[in-house]
Design a protein around this ligand. Structure first.
Ligand SMILES: *[C@@H]1O[C@H](CO)[C@@H](O)[C@H](O)[C@H]1NC(C)=O
Ligand SMILES: *[C@@H]1O[C@H](CO)[C@@H](O)[C@H](O)[C@H]1NC(C)=O
Ligand SMILES: *[C@@H]1O[C@H](CO)[C@@H](O)[C@H](O)[C@H]1NC(C)=O
Ligand SMILES: *[C@@H]1O[C@H](CO)[C@@H](O)[C@H](O)[C@H]1NC(C)=O
Ligand SMILES: *[C@@H]1O[C@H](CO)[C@@H](O)[C@H](O)[C@H]1NC(C)=O
Length: 448
């Protein structure tokens, strides 16, 4: 306590030494923006999304995307789900037409998403620490798909990436692609990526006779921090509250496809023995203990059995660290972030041992949704976004959706769904119709 106070005073003196103003004067007058313009509460920001998935059709709710594919779809007898209309005799021309419509939609959605993220990032004085892409970078792991992912995203982006792989990158194409080259392409590119980023990933390379063997879960842990590094202060109603020297950080754990996914396969002279990241996560959580930093678990998919296994693991962890958190007057901060179900963009705040644990569908490119995570010394929120085409929406490239507080004590599980103006309108429409139906059935009950 006294140490903090002392630090506070030295920092203040340091900060105001050049401006030649006394501290008391300045607190009384409020903060003068012109003499000290950089004051702002330190914030760690991350952007999250999934499923760039070159090339996959857009979600039906992505109206702007379906508008763009409307003409070519009608030429090849395709409905809005890119299925052939009943009664059409499908031939090679039409099949190729469907492929080209899929590419039109996928390229449109990726371009719109990229432009919206570029706009958001350039509007921010303090850049986000990273863009998290939780899997399905490609639709099938073909070389040309990876090439397009690299061109549109990987090769030139203003902030660092935290990437994971999804079922479409390897699980789906194993034994369904010549020589298993698709899964091999993605896994070897990914091991190259973690190596280039100097990430310590759970993967070992071994040479057995003339063959190469990779063993491990591919999972990794990375500490991400806010970009501002100068002395930061913040004021509350012109009264000095506190001072944070240094940065705000979080542990990001990337688990790739799913908590319990494992596979073994060969591609020519390379053997891949990919184990489930369950053990890795278990060890990491034990090592982190009752850490003061939040833990963000990233993976591609987290439905049914997967979510059940993660919840069980987190409940056990919570039971072992709860006392220690409470005696330090801290709240456990952990959450799971994933994609996979393209149309879903929502948060469930599970109540685990009396504390909120967010399980978040972070949004997908085919739905042109993404999520912004913001953490300060005292708060943590996520905010949903819809990315829009600037031509169709008069330059209004971003629709900001709801903001949800993430951590703290709880009594029951809560659920939030991010809604844009299109999905909100549709929900209201359905609700109105249902009410009318209820009314007419009531009326008929009255008459008969
Ligand atoms: C700055 O402080 C010095 C010493 O207290 C004083 O002599 C000088 O007048 C001050 N300058 C301004 C611009 O207030
Ligand atoms: C500082 O600037 C911000 C934004 O420009 C403004 O909202 C705030 O009122 C200013 N504070 C003072 C003390 O002038
Ligand atoms: C395929 O079917 C479409 C629509 O029936 C037709 O216009 C086209 O000529 C056909 N192409 C071939 C190669 O038969
Ligand atoms: C890793 O670095 C090498 C050498 O700079 C480069 O050729 C390769 O494309 C990089 N791969 C990835 C995935 O970043
Ligand atoms: C794959 O790795 C696991 C340990 O992660 C090991 O137990 C298993 O024997 C390996 N399988 C093969 C075929 O080497």
């Amino acid at each position: 306590m006294w140490l903090t106070f002392l630090l506070l005073l030295t920092t203040i003196n340091y900060a105001f030494a050049e401006t030649n103003v006394t501290i008391t004067e300045d607190i009384q007058n409020g903060l003068d923006n012109s003499t000290f313009p950089t004051i702002r509460e330190d914030t760690l920001t991350l952007l999250l999304m999934g499923d760039t998935q070159f090339h996959f059709p857009c979600e039906e709710d992505n109206v702007q995307c379906k508008l763009v594919s409307k003409r070519p779809r009608s030429r090849f007898f395709l409905n809005s789900r890119l299925e052939f209309i009943d009664g059409v005799e499908v031939n090679e021309t039409l099949r190729q037409g469907r492929d080209s419509c899929t590419k039109i939609e996928s390229r449109f959605a990726n371009r719109v998403q990229r432009q919206a993220l570029d706009a958001l990032i350039s509007s921010m004085d303090y850049k986000p620490a990273a863009l998290v892409i939780n899997g399905d970078l490609t639709d099938f792991g073909h070389l040309h798909q990876l090439h397009e992912f690299r061109q549109v995203w990987y090769n030139n982006f203003p902030i660092p990436f935290i990437l994971g792989l999804g079922n479409h990158d390897y699980q789906n194409n194993i034994n369904d692609c010549a020589l298993n080259f698709c899964a091999h392409t993605m896994l070897s590119w990914y091991t190259d990526y973690v190596k280039n980023m100097s990430l310590v990933a759970d993967i070992q390379r071994k040479t057995v006779k003339f063959d190469v063997e990779f063993t491990g879960s591919l999972a990794y842990t990375e500490t991400v921090c806010s970009s501002s590094s100068n002395f930061l202060l913040y004021f509350y109603s012109s009264t000095l509250q506190m001072c944070i020297p240094g940065k705000l950080c979080a542990f990001v754990i990337q688990l790739n496809n799913a908590i319990d996914y494992n596979v073994e396969f060969s591609s020519l002279f390379v053997k891949w023995n990919i184990s489930s990241p369950m053990k890795y996560l278990h060890n990491e959580l034990n090592l982190l203990g009752s850490t003061s930093l939040p833990i963000l678990l990233n993976m591609h998919q987290c439905e049914s059995m997967h979510i059940h296994k993660i919840k069980m693991m987190l409940r056990r962890w919570m039971l072992t660290v709860k006392k220690s958190f409470e005696s330090n007057h801290r709240v456990p901060r952990i959450g799971a972030f994933y994609a996979h179900m393209h149309q879903r963009h929502e948060v469930t705040l599970e109540c685990i041992e009396g504390y909120k644990v967010p399980f978040v569908y972070i949004g997908s490119v085919p739905n042109n949704r993404f999520t912004k995570f913001d953490m300060t010394a005292s708060t943590a929120t996520i905010t949903g976004y819809k990315a829009r085409d600037s031509l169709m929406y008069n330059g209004e490239i971003l629709e900001q959706l709801e903001t949800v507080d993430l951590w703290g004590p709880c009594v029951r599980t809560e659920h939030f769904r991010f809604e844009d103006h299109v999905t909100r309108k549709r929900r209201d429409f359905i609700r109105r119709n249902r009410n009318q139906a209820d009314f007419s059935s009531d009326a008929s009950a009255l008459f008969f």
